[in-house]
Design a binder for this molecule. Structure first.
Ligand code: NDP
Ligand code: 2IT
Length: 445
């Protein structure tokens, strides 16, 4: 059996009941076959893959907090410190009822390669809780965040592990967690990113993931002799990534016709009016169906189905496995030629294989959504230097980073004889840097 297959079997056997983690490992290992087969003896000798698929540390803890009725609630929280070969653990915190160890391990594993692709010195980590911020009062969210940080603050630090936002964690949650960290540790340091602009945050961080996604798609389009101008675009989700992907795509002349949430999707053939979406989602914390109250010519449909709308470009920006084989087929049948992932692993493996086998241009999340964490790393840099850069300065750096990622990903695919396969390109290019660092540092991780 090949080294890669052997490791995958071992991962499945040793991590039972963790399907998302198995899925993420399989995708990466399948791509790495090309590299590993060429260097098998060397990698086997240092047990590189055994070490790569095992998190350095998982902290799992209970978060008790008091709700508005005076009742004590208990949630589970985790921080997966996956790999620190190239820098301190870096990755978001997700608050969603579906959160479990499998999901956080898949996200932490992906983050290793994504962070490597940015070219910045950040290792891979992820955390979160099964706490659901939906429908909670600000005071309840504060109580939860403070209780979580009372425990988490023992394990993180500006040079150790730097969490940020993800699903269910935005500026409000980062603020409450940061305040509690500072209070307990008595350190005013860049321990979290995505902070508010008056207390150490970076300009462009809010927009970074969505903007970065559109910047890398722009590079892909350039190579095909196309531009965003006049393209019809579907964006799933209506949270942080979806909103700013829509904003930048519109600025570049695209027509974004749909957005969604976990209840359903809106279709606006005239083009989504983003100021209305921002008011609903960022101010009122409402649902996407409220869009049709303000825009009666738009249509709201309950349930899945967004991928059946005809488009040129699809940008899944909600959550893992939101786009399956049937969705991929529907996209292709209706004229979609390019898919780029704002979310982490939104396409199932079958959908991904379909894009690649049917001539669709596809950029996987670990490359396409790396602009968020890259800008987080720029926030860390500014915090260390104790200064802040202008919007234009950060945006320019972000554009440079996304161009760099596209170049690395396409180059790695070419080097290994799979030109245009950006799944292989992203996994290989991300892996190469981490593997070299692990080799150099010896049997410490
Ligand atoms: P938000 O919480 O701001 O928004 C999440 C959006 O996705 C909401 O519209 C939400 O709908 C929808 N969604 C979440 N879970 C589900 C589900 N199970 N089924 C259907 N829809 C769902 O999160 P972000 O925009 O920050 O994150 C979106 C994706 O992007 C995630 O995969 C995240 O890991 C990834 N990402 C985020 C980065 C960041 O900087 N924020 C960076 C890189 C990747 P509803 O309100 O109904 O739950
Ligand atoms: O998935 C991701 O890359 C994020 N949620 C952002 C992580 C970060 O540290 O900014």
């Amino acid at each position: 059996m090949s080294y890669v297959d052997e490791i995958y079997e071992r991962v499945v056997a040793k991590n039972p009941g963790e399907p998302e983690f198995h899925q993420a490992v399989k995708e990466v290992l399948d791509s790495l076959k090309l590299v590993i087969d060429a260097n098998e003896a060397e990698y086997r000798k240092i047990s590189l893959l055994e070490r790569l698929v095992e998190p350095e540390r998982i902290i799992s803890f209970k978060v008790p907090w008091v709700d508005d009725n005076g009742v004590i609630q208990v949630n589970k929280a985790y921080r997966v410190q996956f790999n620190s070969a190239i820098g301190p653990y870096k990755g978001g915190m997700r608050f969603h009822p579906s959160v479990n160890q499998s999901i956080l391990k898949f996200l932490g594993f992906e983050q290793i390669f994504k962070n490597s692709l940015t070219g910045l010195p950040i290792g891979g980590g992820k955390g979160g809780s099964d706490f659901d911020p939906k429908g909670k009062s600000d005071r309840e969210v504060m109580a939860f965040c403070q209780s979580l940080m009372t425990e988490l603050c023992k394990y993180i630090g500006a040079d150790t592990d730097v969490p940020a936002g993800d699903i269910g964690v935005g500026a409000r949650e980062i603020g409450y967690m940061y305040g509690q960290y500072k209070r307990i540790r008595d350190l005013y340091e860049g321990v979290l990113t995505g902070k508010g602009l008056t207390w150490g945050g970076s300009l462009v961080r809010t927009q970074a993931t969505g903007y970065g996604l559109v910047y890398i798609v722009n590079e892909m389009l350039k190579d095909m002799g196309k531009t965003f101008d006049g393209q019809t675009v579907l964006v799933s989700g209506s949270g942080n990534v979806a909103i700013y992907a829509t904003e930048k795509a519109q600025q570049l002349g695209a027509k974004v016709v749909a957005l969604s949430d976990s209840n359903g999707y809106v279709y606006d053939p005239d083009g989504i009016k983003l100021d209305i979406v921002k008011e609903i989602k960022e101010v009122r914390r409402g649902r996407i169906k409220e869009y049709v109250d303000a825009v009666p010519t738009a249509k709201y449909t309950e349930g899945k189905g967004i991928w059946t709308i005809p488009c040129d470009i699809a940008l899944p920006c909600a959550t893992q496995n939101e786009l399956n084989l049937d969705d991929a087929k529907a996209l292709k049948a209706n004229g979609c030629f390019l898919v780029a992932e704002g979310a982490n692993m939104p396409s199932t493996r079958e959908a991904t294989d379909f894009y690649l086998e049917n001539g669709m241009c596809f950029m996987p999340g670990k490359a396409a959504n790396a602009g968020g964490v890259a800008t987080s790393a720029l926030e860390m840099t500014q915090n260390s230097m104790r200064l802040s850069w202008s919007f234009e300065e950060v945006d320019e750096k972000l554009q440079g980073i996304m161009k760099g990622i596209y170049a690395k990903v396409s180059d790695a695919a070419k080097r290994y004889g799979v030109e245009g396969n950006f799944v292989a390109g992203a996994n290989i290019a991300g892996f190469e840097k981490v593997a070299e660092a692990m080799k150099a540092q010896g049997a410490v991780l």
